[in-house]
Design a protein around this ligand. Structure first.
Ligand SMILES: C[S@@+](CC[C@H](N)C(=O)[O-])C[C@H]1O[C@@H](n2cnc3c(N)ncnc32)[C@H](O)[C@@H]1O
Ligand SMILES: Nc1nc2[nH]cc(C(=O)O)c2c(=O)[nH]1
Ligand code: SF4
Ligand SMILES: [Mg+2]
Length: 248
């Protein structure tokens, strides 16, 4: 089995250390591993290089066809584990692309890592459309679920799957993180919160943006809305620190 990973440059997997920039663990030094491929196609995706291989931006149920574009490298789990174990730290963030599309291979990777680092805390960033593979679920401490709202450009029939959202909403290890571009997007969050009974403690709103200035400008009114509705606010620390740079 092997894993398809995103790259920071041709052939070099995107595995890096940075502060977790978003969500409940923001500010914590973490090792990141970014997998490639996605089953959605958000118009404002800040990592489109992980899935835009074919040039065809329409959402795909089963992900775009793999090809060995410069944006992807395929490695076996043992090689990926060795690269990660070479880096200090007990927190891992698995992201992508949509990492849960490679659930079984990811479970094998986490098994290898846990054997060497039993205290490893694992977070998975996911769009909330894919059920974690049964072998994967016990190996993950925290899911950061970012369901895609209408402004992402994905049809709700692909992006907002009731069964998936209900399962994650019922799981105390899952934290929701909704990307907001306009105040009207907030209304959609409130509807989903009511529909799936997501507690405010596990619901973050986060400004859309890949520059510090845009994130800051959107944060002003978004923070006010979060306060008024008892929801948590997530900044994008890495954007303020490094801008829109691969591997940060
Ligand atoms: C690149 S995605 C990868 C994981 C998964 N595909 C998902 O969407 O959750 C990682 C996180 O970045 C967020 N994101 C992507 N592009 C963004 C943008 N332009 N502004 C704000 N957040 C963005 C996603 O919503 C998600 O929370
Ligand atoms: N520093 C940093 N924090 C992050 N939190 C979630 C990220 C992601 O791309 O999933 C991310 C990222 O790309 N960089
Ligand atoms: S689901 Fe995540 S990786 Fe996929 S297009 Fe949207 S933001 Fe990008
Ligand atoms: Mg990112």
């Amino acid at each position: 089995m092997s894993l398809a990973l995103a790259t920071v440059r041709a052939g070099e997997p995107e595995i890096f250390t940075s502060l977790q920039g978003e969500g409940p663990s923001a500010g914590r030094p973490s090792i990141f591993v970014r997998l490639s491929r996605c089953n959605l196609a958000c118009e404002w995706c800040d990592t489109a290089y992980t899935w835009r291989f074919s040039g065809d931006n329409r959402p795909h149920r089963d992900g775009v066809a793999f090809d060995r574009a410069a944006n992807q490298v395929v490695l076996d789990e043992a090689a990926v584990a060795a690269l990660i174990l070479d880096m200090p730290g007990d927190r891992l963030v698995v992201t992508g692309g949509e990492p849960l599309l490679q659930g079984t291979a990811l479970a094998r990777l986490l098994d290898l890592l846990h054997a060497h680092r039993p205290a490893l805390h694992v977070e998975v960033e996911t769009n909330g459309t894919v059920a974690p593979h049964p072998s994967l679920r016990p190996l993950v401490d925290q899911f950061n679920i970012s369901p895609k709202l209408a402004h992402s450009g994905n049809p709700a029939s692909l992006a907002l799957l009731p069964e998936r959202l209900a399962d994650f909403a019922a799981d105390a290890c899952s934290f929701f993180k909704f990307v907001i571009a306009e105040p009207a997007d907030f209304d959609e969050v409130l509807r989903l919160q009511a529909e799936y009974a997501i507690p405010g403690e596990r619901l973050f709103v986060m400004p859309e943006g890949t520059s510090s200035e845009v994130v800051r400008l959107r944060s002003v009114w978004l923070a006010d809305l979060a306060c008024r509705h008892g929801l948590r606010f997530s900044d994008r620390l890495h954007i303020h620190l490094y801008g829109d740079t691969r591997g940060t």
